[in-house]
Design a protein around this ligand. Structure first.
Ligand SMILES: [Zn+2]
Length: 361
């Protein structure tokens, strides 16, 4: 681990390696508090040279890596921290969530079970673990249909045909949307087909949700064979979220994420233009749409998706997909959205918001 990071200090703006470990650690936590993950990472790397393997420093370095969108780097740091101090609950919380987000439900459960042996009353860990065990138990009854890049879980023989269809749709989307966004997720993506009740229970989604992505693609499928186009639209929408996460694991504003998903789901963005044009005076500020849409009612959620799609189309028209990918990459690494927009789209956040008023395609 230390060999891996030893070159990092050379360009760091943080003070010399002679500073005491405690000073460096304090700088690291301050930088995290102030939203400067790169400075925090540099400070914790230096501190770890003075105190190799110190678990709270490893936790700090892992947190900095997560906030900078480097999930792959965070995972071994958290594992090292827990090897050194298995009772370090914040490291367990982060590692469990990270494993769950990447679709490794069993490893996430094992992490939290282990954490509870040291902190049996931990409320957050206890609650999450209960939900995950319920999910594992449900999926234990499911059957698998395996593709090259996707594994589809489904409950009974009635869904077997649908599962095979889902694999075909998603494998096609993998190449088409992957080429559009220059992203090919390397790991197998798990897709779970639920009844509507199971979907609500597992995802806790609002009633208007037609699918979800949280490391796995989750879709309620009643009647899907009667409306294969809608099934395809939902799968492509959720797969776009998987692509976005592979480019930018964190910090992506909801409007950008949902806008891309609507843009690439294969419906027409014309409907979104009509909705935005018809909502004059009721448009939601994009800054509000950076946060989840889950607490919006169905009508306002519909408008939120439409606005998001129009905003993304504006960006695509303006600078093309490669620049949108650059924008995502920067935002995922912690660059503020307004700065990333100016850097890659040559547009201010206000101008983008303003451009939605003129919703003609
Ligand atoms: Zn979505």
């Amino acid at each position: 681990m230390l060999a891996l990071v030893s070159g990092l200090a050379a360009g760091a703006s943080i003070a010399s390696a002679q500073a005491p470990v405690e000073t460096l650690a304090r700088r690291g936590w301050d930088a995290l508090d102030n939203g400067r993950p790169a400075d925090a990472a540099a400070a914790f790397e230096l501190a770890l040279k003075g105190a190799p393997g110190e678990p709270t420093l490893l936790l700090g370095a892992a947190t900095a890596a997560l906030l900078a969108g480097r999930e792959g780097a965070a995972r071994p740091l958290l594992q090292d921290a827990l090897r050194a101090d298995p009772a370090l609950a914040p490291a367990s919380v982060l590692l469990g969530e990270l494993l769950y987000r990447t679709g490794d439900l069993q490893a996430a459960i094992a992490t939290y079970q282990n954490a509870l042996t040291h902190a049996p009353e931990h409320p957050q860990i206890t609650r999450r673990l209960e939900r995950w065990q319920k999910e594992l138990e449900l999926h234990g009854r499911f059957t698998q249909e395996v593709g090259v890049h996707f594994t589809v879980l489904f409950e009974g023989p009635a869904e077997a045909e649908l599962a095979a269809r889902a694999v075909d749709i998603l494998e096609a989307a993998y190449w088409r949307l992957g080429a559009a966004l220059f992203a090919y997720p390397p790991d197998i993506i798990t897709v779970v087909l639920y009844t509507r009740e199971q979907f609500r229970d597992i995802t806790q989604s609002p009633s208007w949700a037609g699918g979800a992505f949280d490391g796995r693609i989750r879709v309620p499928v009643r009647g899907a064979l009667q409306d294969v186009r809608e099934f395809e639209r939902v799968l492509r929408h959720e797969f776009t979220h998987a692509l976005v996460r592979s480019i930018a694991p964190r910090h992506v504003p909801y409007w950008l994420n949902e806008g891309l998903a609507v843009y690439f789901e294969g419906g027409d963005v014309a409907g979104a233009h009509a909705a935005v044009a018809g909502a004059e005076g009721k448009l939601l500020p994009l800054s509000r749409l950076e946060a989840p849409f889950a607490d919006l009612d169905a009508a306002r959620a519909g408008l939120a998706y439409s606005q998001s799609a129009v905003a993304v189309e504006r960006l695509m028209d303006r600078a093309g997909a490669p620049s949108v990918v650059d924008l995502l990459t920067d935002v995922g690494a912690g660059v503020p959205l307004d700065k990333a927009l100016e850097r890659h789209m040559f547009i201010s956040y206000d101008e983008l918001q303003e451009s939605l008023r003129d919703a003609t395609p």
